[in-house]
Design a protein around this ligand. Structure first.
Ligand code: NI
Length: 433
C-alpha cells in the first residue's frame, strides 16, 4: 500500500467552476481517494509521502487521441510538400525500411517527448505493435494501440491477423494500462469486404475501431468516384459505426455527415496542427460539439506536426476555430476538456480524464511560478493560451511517478535520443546515399 498526498492548486476538470487554489489530492495505490481544499484528507489517511507544490497546478494527464508514435524517426525528414508526394516519395519508402527495433526506439522517443509535455495516454496506429506495446509497458504510461491496416496493400490479410494477435497478447496488459483497437487505415485504403472483416473481428473481440476519415479533399473525390458517397456515408452503410469508433481528422464533412457521426456516437480525434501543416483543411469542430459529438485532441505523427506537444495542440485547436467562426468559439475550458475527459471518452477509458475519488491516478503538475503565468487571472486560459510543454514538472500514471522535477524516471532519455538519431540516419542514407 502506498499513500501519497499532493498539495497544490487543483484543477480537477469535473466542471468549469471546480478549482481549489489551496487544494490537495490523495492517492492510494493506483487510485485517487479524495480531492478538495487543503484539510480535506480523511482522518485515517496517513500519507507515506507528501509533495508540497503550492505554485503548481495539478490536473488530469493529457490524452493524445491520434498519433503514429514511431514517426518521430521521420521528424524533419520531409516537410513542406503536398500530401500525396509527401506520402509516396518520402514517408512510405522510409517506413518500408523500419525494423521492429527501429519502431521500438522511435516509439520510446515519442513517449519521452509525451511525458515531458504532459501526455499520459495515447491512441497509436502503426506497425510492429508488439514493440510499441513493450515500449509503453516499459515507460509506464497508458495507451490504446491499433495495428495500421492497409487493406488494399500486399500485407492486408497478415496485418489483420497481427491486429487479432495483438488483442490476444496485450488487451488489458500492464494492469489495464494497455488496451487494443483495430486500425483500418482509411476508407480509401481498405475495400468494403476488408472493412466488413475488420468489423466482424472487432465485434467478436469486443474492441473498438480507429480509422482516418474525411481527412483531405482528395479522399472525398476518391470516395465519390468509387462509391458515389462521402466517406462517412460509405462507412455508415458498411455498418462500421455500430460499435466504438474513433474517427481521426473529420475535416471535410457535410451537415448530413455530422448527423450520422452524432447519431452513432462516433468519437472524433481532432488534429488541428497536422491538418494545417498538410493543408488538409479546417475541421468543423464547433459544429460537431454543438450537435453533441465528443471530440478529443491528437497530434498525428511527428512527421506532420512536427512535435507531440498537446499544449501547442490545445492552443492551435482554439485559435483555428476562432479564425473559422469567431473569437467566442471553443473557450479555454472546453479545450481543456477535449484534451482530458473528452480524450478519455474518445478512447473508451473508464475512470480516466478527471481528478475525482475512484478515478485512476493519472495526473500532471504544471509549474506556474514563471513569468508567462503572471498575473494569475485565469488558470484555464493560461494552460491553453500561455503554457509550454516544458512547464510540466511532475507526471504520475496509475499511481506511479513517471517524471519528477522534469526528470524522466522510467526512460533513459540520452540513450533513446542516440538510438533514434543513428537509426533514422541509417535509413536516410540507405535511401538517399
Ligand atoms: Ni494519422
Amino acid at each position: 500500500m502506498s499513500k501519497i498526498l499532493i498539495r497544490a492548486m487543483v484543477l480537477p476538470m469535473t466542471g468549469p467552476d471546480a478549482f481549489f487554489p489551496r487544494g490537495e489530492i490523495g492517492i492510494e495505490d493506483q487510485r485517487i481517494v479524495f480531492v478538495g481544499e487543503s484539510g480535506s484528507a480523511p482522518a485515517g489517511f496517513v500519507p507515506d509521502r507528501i509533495l508540497e507544490l503550492p505554485n503548481d497546478v495539478v490536473m488530469p494527464g493529457l490524452i493524445n487521441t491520434h498519433t503514429h508514435a514511431a514517426m518521430t524517426l521521420l521528424r524533419g525528414y520531409a516537410d513542406d510538400l503536398p500530401l500525396m508526394p509527401w506520402l509516396k516519395e518520402k514517408v512510405w519508402p522510409f517506413e518500408d525500411r523500419l525494423t521492429d527495433e527501429d519502431i521500438y526506439w522511435g516509439t520510446s522517443l515519442a513517449l519521452c517527448e509525451m511525458v515531458r509535455s504532459g501526455t499520459t495516454t495515447m491512441l497509436d496506429m502503426y506497425a510492429s505493435m508488439d514493440q510499441v506495446a513493450e515500449a509503453v509497458l516499459a515507460a509506464g504510461t497508458r495507451a490504446v494501440l491499433s495495428r495500421g491496416l492497409i487493406g488494399n496493400g500486399p500485407n492486408g490479410e497478415r496485418a489483420l491477423q497481427e491486429n487479432i494477435e495483438l488483442v490476444r497478447r496485450y488487451h488489458g496488459a500492464g494492469d489495464g494500462r494497455v488496451s487494443i483497437m483495430f486500425g483500418p487505415h482509411a476508407p480509401y485504403t481498405c475495400s468494403a469486404d476488408y472493412l466488413r472483416k475488420v468489423k466482424i473481428e472487432a465485434d467478436r473481440l469486443n474492441v473498438g475501431i480507429h480509422i482516418h476519415v474525411a481527412e483531405t479533399q482528395d479522399e472525398i473525390n476518391i470516395l465519390r468516384d468509387q462509391h458515389g458517397k462521402t466517406p462517412v456515408q460509405w462507412l455508415n452503410e458498411l455498418g462500421l459505426f455500430s460499435g466504438h469508433v474513433v474517427a481521426a481528422h473529420c475535416v471535410h464533412l457535410t451537415p448530413q455527415d455530422i448527423e450520422i457521426l452524432v447519431q452513432h456516437q462516433v468519437y472524433i480525434a481532432h488534429n488541428a496542427e497536422s491538418n494545417m501543416k498538410l493543408s488538409s483543411g479546417t475541421a468543423p469542430i464547433t459544429d460537431l460539439r454543438a450537435r453533441g459529438a465528443v471530440v478529443g485532441l491528437g497530434t498525428d505523427g511527428a512527421s506532420s506536426n512536427n512535435n507531440l506537444d498537446l499544449f501547442g495542440e490545445m492552443r492551435s485547436a482554439a485559435f483555428q476555430q476562432k479564425l473559422r467562426v469567431d473569437s467566442t468559439a471553443l473557450p479555454a475550458y472546453q479545450v481543456l476538456e477535449m484534451a482530458t475527459i473528452g480524450g478519455a471518452q474518445t478512447l473508451g477509458l473508464e475512470n480516466v480524464g478527471m481528478l475525482a475519488p475512484g478515478y485512476k491516478a493519472d495526473l500532471i503538475t504544471i509549474d506556474m511560478d514563471q513569468p508567462h503565468f503572471y498575473p494569475r487571472f485565469s488558470i484555464p486560459a493560461h494552460l491553453v493560451y500561455a503554457a509550454h510543454a516544458g512547464d510540466v514538472r511532475t507526471m504520475m500514471v496509475d499511481g506511479k511517478f513517471i517524471m519528477e522535477e522534469r526528470e524522466l524516471l522510467t526512460m533513459d532519455v540520452g540513450r533513446i535520443c542516440q538510438e533514434a538519431e543513428i537509426r533514422a540516419k541509417r535509413i536516410s542514407k540507405e535511401l538517399n546515399g
